[in-house]
Design a protein around this ligand. Structure first.
Ligand SMILES: [Zn+2]
Length: 601
């Protein structure tokens, strides 16, 4: 095996799509002569970095042929589901195959008569042991389609150049008639490739991206600037969905294209864009040893997804505030709406955050029916843990330093230098910010399962936070027309239904329904003899009071059953969150540092 494959002739890929209606890309991979080797192994990736699930992309590969330079078939042996050994005799060889591309997601590939898209790990074989070999890609759009190509890879000789396989599969391709926009911040160029039907004002989307890019750049660099010359936002406007996949110099974001009739659509877009753009540093450059060198053939275990995803989720809200895309009242509303959901999740303190990260491959991405009761997403818990750490830092420093400054510290000492981080790095960074060790924080909330102390931290940082039962009229008398609805929220079964169906998605342990034996996938048909649908189920239950007995009829598989349960009072409480005008000086300073100069009050 050669010592340094980076100086070798590149592997070239050609991707054609002559029949988009088949949803099949035609891929040709040309491997130059490897005179020192009698055989070569080609390997298809099994997962997409950024999405921690074994996806077996090779299941979409068809019509595989391997020939020498003259078109003669070469002997090959399949070694496992994703690996072939080819008898090359040291000669150059050509691998041809088709990829069925019909999964519209940021992690996969898709082709139809409207566009083509791929995320590289679902498209390209690599040579075993030669991930560092340079790559070239040429793209052949359908004849007379007028389709254009958008990718973060630089152009080279009629195609695109990648330094190595990591680089190749870290640059998704969008091919079609997408709308394009561009803007510059300093010397860095940003591009938007927008595919699909979208009712947003595109100029406003570009304005949001520009604000987010500037606010994030300022977080990491004292004088702005970015660790790339060019960055591409590929945005797919689809009927539903919101999701993104981060790359070093680009991102793919799936948005609900027709959701921009009000401000909420723009705020969701900003939230997703801020999360993904923060990843250009956090996880793509600030990363641990497990994610610094990918093994594409199996799980790559990391204990830091709470840092890479949860803290990113949290800081997206801070970025939006600093970008002026949202105001403190939006931030307070997020706390008011999302904290009660988290605080009543039965599974939130079952497993330490670092363990939730480690087992992402088999839990988060393959949730079992009882996930809500026995686990929690490291995104969700990581967000609140990030907020708690930010507040600890602000309180320790009179508001001067917090999580953004901690990330700059990590970036300057590790990410920028290409040094991998680990939990100790984060502990050291937090200590450098606070001026004292905060190991107890990490022991309790990252390694341990103690309840996050956010309500107390909010109070100390100058917020007025009050839980309020929706039906509690003394706190805030509802208008008459809302009175009945508010009252209905009081009686509680512990059942959560699937959206749009009467199928039981979850039953809270020890709730009335749990004690009455109702379980996952029971199909509820009636409450007290009256037929219900997903909308009327909650109403029929809400007609009754805590302590009342109700009969619930349901199908378990094909058998009709009935349970009688005694309703309880709902444990769910809404929050009201606001800046506390009477906060003391210390609290006000922490709050100002946290939410921005003069914007805290
Ligand atoms: Zn993310």
């Amino acid at each position: 095996m050669p010592d340094d494959v980076t100086t070798l002739a590149p592997i070239t890929y050609r991707v054609a799509m002559p029949e988009p209606a088949t949803h099949e890309f035609e891929v040709e991979m040309r491997v130059p002569a490897l005179p020192e080797r009698d055989t070569a192994e080609i390997v298809f990736p099994t997962w997409a970095p950024g999405s921690y699930l074994v996806r077996d992309f090779v299941r979409h590969v068809f019509r595989l042929t391997v020939t020498d330079g003259r078109g003669q078939a070469l002997a090959r042996e399949r070694l496992d589901k994703q690996r072939w050994r080819i008898r090359t005799g040291g000669r150059p060889f050509v691998v041809r195959y088709r990829v069925f591309a019909f999964e519209a997601s940021v992690r996969t590939s898709f082709l139809d008569d409207s566009h083509g898209y791929w995320n590289g790990t679902s498209m390209f074989f690599h040579m075993a042991g030669e991930l560092a070999r340079p790559c070239r890609v040429t793209v052949v759009p359908p004849a007379r389609s007028g389709w254009r190509v958008a990718t973060a890879l630089p152009r080279a000789r009629g195609g695109y150049a990648a330094a190595d396989f990591d680089d190749l599969v870290d640059a998704p391709f969008e091919i079609g008639t997408h709308e394009t926009r561009s803007f510059a911040v300093g010397r860095t160029k940003f591009e938007l490739a927008l595919y699909g039907r979208c009712n947003a004002d595109t100029a406003r989307l570009v304005d949001i991206l520009r604000r987010i890019v500037v606010a994030t750049g300022n977080m990491f660099e004292r004088h702005g600037g970015f660790p790339f010359d060019r960055y591409l936002f590929i945005v797919h406007a689809l009927p539903v969905g919101s999701g993104g996949l981060e790359h070093r110099a680009s991102v793919t974001m799936d948005i609900a294209g027709l959701s921009f009739e009000d401000e909420a659509g723009y705020k969701r877009f900003a939230d997703l864009a801020a999360h993904e753009f923060f990843h250009a540093w956090n996880v793509k450059r600030i990363r641990d040893a497990a994610l610094a060198r990918f093994d594409y053939t199996q799980e790559n275990y990391t204990r830091l997804l709470w840092l890479f995803e949860g803290f990113t989720d949290y800081l997206a809200h801070i970025i939006m505030l600093r970008a002026g895309v949202t105001q403190p009242r939006d931030f307070f509303r997020m706390i008011a709406e999302d904290w009660p959901k988290f605080a009543t999740r039965p599974g939130r303190n079952e497993t330490p955050l670092d363990e939730l990260s480690f087992e992402a491959w088999i839990k988060q991405y393959k949730p079992s029916d009882n996930f809500i009761n026995r686990a929690v997403s490291y995104y969700e818990k990581g967000l609140w843990t990030g907020m708690a750490l930010d507040l600890e830092l602000r309180l320790a420093t009179g508001g001067r330093r917090g999580l953004p400054e901690m990330f700059r510290w990590i970036w300057e000492r590790f990410g920028r230098a290409g040094r991998p981080v680990d939990e100790t790095t984060v502990r050291d960074a937090a200590a450098a910010m606070a001026g004292r060790r905060l190991d107890r924080f990490f022991d309790r909330y990252v390694r341990g399962t103690d309840d996050l102390p956010l309500p107390a931290l909010w109070r100390r940082a100058g917020l007025k936070v009050a839980p309020r039962a929706e039906w509690d009229e003394s706190a805030k008398p509802p208008a008459d027309r809302d009175r009945a609805r508010a009252r209905r929220a009081r009686a509680w079964t512990g059942i959560a239904l699937h959206p749009e169906r009467t199928l039981v998605r979850n039953v809270i342990p020890d709730s009335p329904a749990w004690r009455a034996g109702i379980t996952f996938s029971d199909d509820i048909v009636a409450v007290d003899g009256a037929r219900v649908n997903p909308l009327t189920f909650a109403k029929r239950v809400g007609d009754r009071d805590p302590g009342d007995r109700v009969r619930i009829a349901y199908f378990r598989r094909d058998l009709l059953r009935e349970a009688t349960l005694t309703l309880a009072e709902s444990p769910e409480r809404a929050l009201s969150v606001d800046a506390d005008a009477r906060a003391n000086k210390r609290a006000a300073a922490a709050r100002t540092g946290w939410l921005g100069q003069g914007r805290g009050a």
